[in-house]
Design a protein around this ligand. Structure first.
Ligand SMILES: [Zn+2]
Length: 62
């Protein structure tokens, strides 16, 4: 099964009940694009996606 991504912050969480980043509980396996953020403060993509913690994120989540 495909990993799930948080609908709120786009974090790819695999299997989770609660998002470790935003504490959201809504996930979707229907997402596209995969980005790994290592340095959110100096990453344009992190800024664009409003990512504040390093980790793996989906670009688009349905
Ligand atoms: Zn989240």
């Amino acid at each position: 099964m495909k990993e799930q991504a948080c609908r709120k912050c786009h974090r790819v969480v695999g299997k989770a009940e609660v998002c470790p980043v935003c504490k959201g509980t809504s996930f979707s396996a229907d997402w596209k694009g995969y980005v790994v953020v290592r340095d959110p403060e100096n990453s344009q993509i992190a800024k664009a996606l409003k990512i504040t913690q390093e980790g793996s994120y989906a670009l688009r989540v349905r």
